[in-house]
Design a protein around this ligand. Structure first.
Ligand code: UDP
Ligand code: MG
Length: 345
């Protein structure tokens, strides 16, 4: 059987602390896979720098010069994890048979990739890495994540439970991804929609070794909200139902107040009146806000802006000196590497 060419895609945003470790672990691992004839010699690790503000790109660039196995792509600006991942997948798809996406912090056990490749060889196009436990996540993260999956399910979005973006995709699955033109990208929701044969492999998730999570609470909430609103109109329907209900209730109240006016004491009504004004007002604002959210999404989609722009691809190096940015030139190791590079050309 022909050995598949694998590309491991690693999106990186301000990961200078963890990168040396990631370089070492991933190259040793891929080297092993190649030696064991699990994957072809053309297999690569592609690091995507998502517009980092630290030395991330300089480090990646330096590493691409030292190691054949490593390819680097620098995005022109920060576009977020999902888009950075997509940039990596699309960049590498032509030179790979299968692609694995993994976070730079290597919280996901890389040994699992062996399992991914076995499944791929059995004919699966998509292999999801599924966490069997969440012991290393904080209590808060574990519970909010669980709530998220439940909520998504209620909203009619079919997600693979406890699967983050650690997965293998075949070349043809990634090619199909190009057909999903949406700007509001939520890969975890989209990949199952492709519908090619898929399976999952379980593993245990480790702790982040260095650096901080790039998903603070605010980003997490907006990620969840985006996930829901890009996939389902259930929230709008929910608002409509509440609107209808409150309309019905106010009709009842109305009749009751009319009854009081003719047969009782009307001044009693003030409290309920003021309460319902606030209640209805609030509901209306929520509804308008939610609808606005969807309209905003539609607006973004109609513009069809590119999801990412590639600034530098190590495959197209060496670059003219003026294209190297300041940090890269200031970084000693990169400078050295660049000097070496210009000599060979
Ligand atoms: N990341 C990225 N762009 C961003 C934010 C994050 O490319 O704007 C990358 C980050 O470098 C990491 C991955 O996405 O490789 C997941 O981020 P993180 O580990 O911080 O998320 P968590 O595991 O805490 O959910
Ligand atoms: Mg992480």
């Amino acid at each position: 059987m022909k050995k598949p060419t694998l590309t491991i895609v690693v999106p990186c945003y301000n990961e200078e602390e963890i990168l040396p470790y990631a370089f070492k672990e991933l190259t040793t691992f891929l080297q092993q896979l190649i030696e064991e004839s699990c994957v072809s010699e053309e297999s690569k690790i592609l690091f995507v720098d998502d517009g980092s503000k630290d030395k991330t790109w300089a480090m990646i660039y330096h590493e691409t010069l030292k190691k054949e196995l490593i390819r680097g792509v620098k995005l022109a600006r920060n576009v977020g994890h999902q888009n950075a991942l997509l940039a990596g997948l699309f960049t590498a798809k032509d030179s790979s048979d299968c692609l694995v996406s993994i976070d730079a912090d290597l919280q996901d056990d890389i040994e699992v990739i062996r399992g991914f490749i076995d499944r791929f060889n059995e004919g699966y196009d998509v292999v999801y890495g599924v966490r069997n436990k969440r012991i290393t996540d904080t209590f808060f993260k574990r519970n909010t994540a669980q709530l998220f999956y439940r909520l998504m399910k209620k909203m009619g979005v079919d997600l693979v439970y406890n699967h983050a973006d650690y997965r293998l995709m075949s070349k043809r699955a990634v090619e199909e991804l190009t057909g999903f033109q949406e700007v509001n990208l939520f890969l975890r929701g989209i990949v199952p929609l492709i519908g090619f044969p898929s399976t999952s492999v379980e593993y245990e998730r480790k702790e982040r070794l260095a650096g901080d999570t790039k998903y603070p609470l605010k980003k997490m909430l907006s990620f969840a909200f985006d996930g829901i609103t890009s996939f389902s109109v259930t929230p709008i329907r929910f608002v409509l139902t509440i609107g209808l209900l409150s309309f019905f209730v106010s009709m009842l109240f109305g009749s009751y107040f009319l009854f009081l006016k003719f047969y009782g004491n009307t001044e009693l009504g003030w409290t309920s009146l003021i309460t319902s004004i606030w209640l209805i007002g609030g509901l209306q604002l929520i509804a308008i806000g939610l609808i606005g959210e969807y309209i905003g999404k539609v607006y973004k989609e109609t513009k069809k802006r590119p999801k990412y722009i590639i600034d530098i691809d190590s495959y197209n190096l060496p670059l003219p000196k003026h294209l190297l940015n300041k940090e890269m030139v200031e970084d000693e190791s990169a400078k050295l590497a660049f000097g070496k590079l210009s000599e060979t050309n």
